[in-house]
Design a protein around this ligand. Structure first.
Ligand code: COA
Ligand code: AMP
Length: 636
C-alpha cells in the first residue's frame, strides 16, 4: 500500500481549520462548534471555543446507544494478583454512573479537582471517567511517587477529594498506598474534604472516620443510579497531569475536552490503524500520559477494547507475559516503551517464549517514551514479524508529534527516527538564535504555533510559567526541549533533551528535582545529579555529593542516607541508587557545574576539556570514581 500521508499532511497545511472540523465531526457534541480555532484567546489560541460536549459521553454512552453495549470496554489482566476481569461498555457505563453519583453526593461538581492515586485496576478508570462525566477535573498521580510528590499535587490543584486504594502490588512487595496518602494530606496545607478508598484483598487499610469512604460500599449503595453527563465547554479542563519540570515543582499540564477528543479519535485510525471493536493495548500506567491517552481515552472514544495490565514485561511470571496477553485477548496493536522490550530481551534473548502463543492477530508494535535504539527495534522486528514503529511525543502534546502513520499507509521505516510530523504539527529545527538550520544539522526542535488540538493550552494556574517554559525563548514557536535534526527526506531524529530531564525506563524525571532532594541532607554541602546510560532503563540517575567539612561519618553511611532520602522524597520510580562522594565538583570559573561533561565521561563519549574549567584535575577524579563503581562505559 502506498502511503496517503503526504496528501493528508498537505491537506491539513492548506486548511487546518477544515481538517480539524472534519475530525471534530466524529465526536458527539451537545452544541457543535462553529469555529475551529480562536487565535486571540489563551496563550496561543483555543480550539473549538464554542463547542459544548462531554468526554465520558463520547467514551461510553454513545457506544452503548449505538449497540456496542455488550462489547468489552476494558479487560483487566493482572498476572501480579492472578485475576482477570472484563467489563463491557454497558457495565462500565453503569459503574461510572454509580461512582459519579457517589462523587456528586460528596459535593464534587463541574470544575472541582479530584486526585486519583491508584494502581492499574478498572476502578481507576471508573474514577477518571466519573470525573469527566461530572465535568470535574481529575489529576492522576503515579503510584511509584512518594508522599511529598503526592502532597505537592494535592496542594497545587487544591483537590476537593482523593480517590485511592489500600495498596498497589509490585513484584515481591505490597506497596501500602494509604500511609502515603495520609502522610501527603498531612503535609499538604490544602486538605481534601474526603477520600474514597478501594480496599484490596491483598492488603486492607485502616480508614479515618468521617474522612474516608469505602469504594465498594459506595458503589453498592449507588448501583443502578442514573447520572447525566454534565455539558462542558470544549475548552474546559478534562484533567491535569503533573510532569517533571526543571525544578522540584512539577508542571501541571492541562488537557481540554473538545480538542483532545478530536485529536485522539483521529489518531486511533490514522496513526495506529485500528478499527472500532478491535483490541488495543498500551502497556504503560494510568499515571503517565501514555496511560491517559492510550489506556483510557483514545481506545474508548474510538470504540475499542482496552487492556488494563497490572504487571511487568518480565517476572510476572516471565518474559512471555506480553505474548500471552496478546494471544489471549486478541490484541491487534501494542504500544509500550522500548525499555519493556530491552527487559524482555535480557531475560529471553532468543525470544523463544513467543513460540507458545498464537500471535496471528497481532499487527503492529508502537514504541515511545524514550529514544528507540535501532538494536532493540531490529530485535523486535525479527521476533514479531510485524512493523515496529517509533513515534515521538510528550506529556505536553498528549499525542504523536512525529510518527509513521499505520492507518494512512506506512512510509519506509528508518531505524533511529520516529519518522515524520503528524498533521497539526509544523516541526522545525532552529539554532539558539532562532534561525532555521540546514537538513542534517542538530538544533532545537520547535513546533510553529498554534499547537494542534489535544496539546496543552497552559499549565494549571501557571499561565506565566507556561509562557516562560515553552513560548518565550523562540517567539512564535513551542519549544519541545528536545534537540535533534531533520534529514533530507523530512524524517526527524530526536537526539537529546536540552534541559535537565532524563528518561528512566520511559519515566520522565528531573535531575534538578533530585538535586533539590539530595541538598536536603544535612551533611551534603553541594551535589550534582546527571543521567547516565543504562543498558536496560535507557538512563539512570547518578548523584555526586560533596560532604560538609567536619562531618565525622563514613562516606558509605551518608551515601545510603541520600539514596533513602530521594526514595522517600520523590519515590522508588526515580531509581536513584548510585551516589558517590567526591571531594569537589567540576565547575566553570563562574561556578557552573559541568554536568554535560560529567555525563560524557560516564557514557564513554568523546569530550573536550571546557576552556572555562576551574580545575581540570577534578574531571579525572570524577572518571576514577565512576570507574571504581563500574559506572563508566568504555569509550567508543
Ligand atoms: N507503585 C509503587 N512502586 C512502583 C510502581 C508503582 N506503580 N511502579 C514502579 N514502582 C517501583 C518499582 O517497584 C521499583 O522499586 P524498587 O527500586 O524497589 O525495585 C522502582 O519503582 C522502579 O520501577 P521501574 O522503573 O518499573 O523498574 P523495574 O526495575 O521494577 O522494572 C521495567 C523495569 C523495564 C520492567 C519497567 O520499568 C517497565 O515495565 N517499563 C515498561 C515501560 C513503561 O511502563 N513506561 C512508562 C511510560 S510509557
Ligand atoms: P513524557 O512527557 O514522559 O512523554 O516524555 C517526553 C520526552 O521523552 C520527550 O521530550 C523526549 O525527550 C522523550 N521521548 C519520547 N518519545 C520519544 C521517542 N520516540 N524518541 C526519542 N525520545 C522520545
Amino acid at each position: 500500500m502506498t502511503s496517503n500521508y503526504h496528501a493528508v499532511y498537505d491537506g491539513w497545511r492548506k486548511d487546518p481549520a477544515g481538517f480539524w472540523m472534519d475530525q471534530a465531526s466524529a465526536i458527539d457534541w451537545f452544541e457543535k462548534p462553529e469555529t475551529a480555532f480562536e487565535p486571540d484567546t489563551g496563550a496561543y489560541g483555543r480550539w473549538f471555543p464554542d463547542g459544548v460536549t462531554n468526554t465520558c459521553y463520547n467514551c461510553l454512552d454513545r457506544h452503548v446507544a449505538a449497540g456496542r453495549g455488550d462489547q468489552a470496554a476494558i479487560v483487566h489482566d493482572s498476572p501480579i494478583t492472578g485475576s482477570k476481569r472484563t467489563l463491557s461498555y454497558s457495565e462500565m457505563l453503569a459503574d461510572v454512573e454509580a461512582f459519579a453519583g457517589a462523587l456528586s453526593d460528596r459535593g464534587v461538581a463541574r470544575g472541582d479537582r479530584v486526585v486519583i492515586y491508584m494502581p492499574m485496576v478498572p476502578e481507576a478508570l471508573v474514577a477518571m471517567l466519573a470525573c469527566a462525566r461530572l465535568g470535574a477535573v481529575h489529576s492522576v498521580v503515579f503510584g511509584g511517587f512518594a508522599a511529598s510528590e503526592l502532597a505537592s499535587r494535592i496542594e497545587d490543584c487544591q483537590a476537593k477529594l482523593v480517590v485511592s486504594s489500600s495498596c498497589g502490588i509490585e513484584p515481591g512487595r505490597i506497596v501500602a498506598y494509604k500511609p502515603l496518602l495520609d502522610a501527603a494530606i498531612e503535609q499538604s496545607s490544602h486538605k481534601p474534604e474526603a477520600a474514597i478508598i478501594l480496599q484490596r484483598d491483598e492488603h486492607r487499610c485502616d480508614m479515618i472516620a468521617g474522612r474516608d469512604f469505602d469504594f465498594h460500599a459506595l458503589m453498592q449503595a449507588n448501583a443502578g443510579r442514573k447520572v447525566a453527563c454534565t455539558p462542558v465547554r470544549a475548552t474546559d479542563p478534562l484533567y491535569i497531569l503533573y510532569t517533571s519540570g526543571t525544578t522540584g515543582q512539577p508542571k501541571g499540564v492541562v488537557r481540554d475536552n473538545g480538542g483532545h477528543m478530536a485529536a485522539l479519535h483521529w489518531s486511533m485510525h490514522a496513526i495506529y490503524g485500528v478499527k472500532p471493536g478491535e483490541v488495543f493495548w498500551a502497556a504503560s500506567d494510568i499515571g503517565w500520559v501514555v496511560g491517559h491517552s492510550y489506556i483510557v481515552y483514545a481506545p474508548l472514544l474510538h470504540g475499542n477494547t482496552t487492556i488494563v495490565f497490572e504487571g511487568k514485561p518480565v517476572g510476572t511470571p516471565d518474559a512471555g507475559t506480553f505474548w500471552r496477553v496478546i494471544a489471549e485477548h486478541g490484541v491487534s496493536v501494542l504500544f509500550t516503551a522500548p525499555t519493556a522490550f530491552r527487559a524482555i530481551r535480557k531475560e529471553d534473548p532468543k525470544g523463544s517464549l513467543i513460540a507458545d502463543y498464537d500471535m496471528s492477530g497481532f499487527r503492529a508494535l508502537f514504541l515511545a517514551g524514550e529514544r528507540a535504539d535501532p538494536d532493540t527495534i531490529q530485535w523486535a522486528e525479527r521476533l514479531l514479524e510485524v512493523p515496529v514503529i517509533d513515534h515521538w511525543w510528550q506529556t505536553e502534546t498528549g499525542w504523536t508529534i512525529a510518527g509513521n502513520p499505520m492507518g494512512l499507509g506506512l512510509l519506509p521505516i528508518k531505524h533511529g527516527s520516529p519518522a515524520v510530523p503528524m498533521p497539526g504539527y509544523d516541526v522545525q529545527v532552529i539554532d539558539d538564535a532562532g534561525h532555521p538550520v540546514p537538513a542534517g544539522t542538530l538544533g532545537n526542535i520547535v513546533v510553529k504555533l498554534p499547537l494542534p488540538p489535544g496539546c496543552l493550552p497552559t499549565l494549571w494556574n501557571a499561565d506565566a510559567r507556561f509562557r516562560d517554559s515553552y513560548l518565550v525563548e523562540f517567539p512564535g514557536y513551542y519549544k519541545t526541549a528536545d534537540a535533534g535534526f531533520i534529514d533530507d527526506d523530512g524524517y526527524l531524529f530526536i537526539m537529546a533533551r536540552t534541559d535537565d530531564i532524563i528518561n528512566v525506563a520511559g519515566h520522565r524525571l528531573s535531575t534538578g528535582g533530585m538535586e533539590e532532594a539530595v541538598s536536603g541532607h544535612p551533611d551534603v554541602a553541594e551535589c550534582a545529579v546527571i543521567g547516565i546510560a543504562d543498558a536496560m532503563k535507557g538512563q539512570v540517575p547518578a548523584g555526586f555529593i560533596v560532604i560538609n567539612s567536619g562531618v565525622d561519618r563514613s562516606d558509605e553511611d551518608v551515601e545510603k542516607e541520600v539514596v533513602k532520602l530521594v526514595r522517600d522524597k520523590i519515590g522508588p520510580v526515580a531509581a536513584f541508587k548510585n551516589v558517590m562522594v567526591v571531594k569537589r565538583l567540576p565547575k566553570t570559573r563562574s561556578g557552573k557545574i559541568l554536568r554535560a561533561t560529567m555525563q560524557k565521561i560516564a557514557d564513554g563519549e568523546g569530550w573536550k576539556m571546557p576552556a572555562t574549567i576551574d580545575d581540570p584535575a577534578i574531571l579525572d577524579e570524577i572518571g576514577e570514581v565512576l570507574e571504581k563503581r563500574g559506572l563508566k562505559k568504555k569509550e567508543a
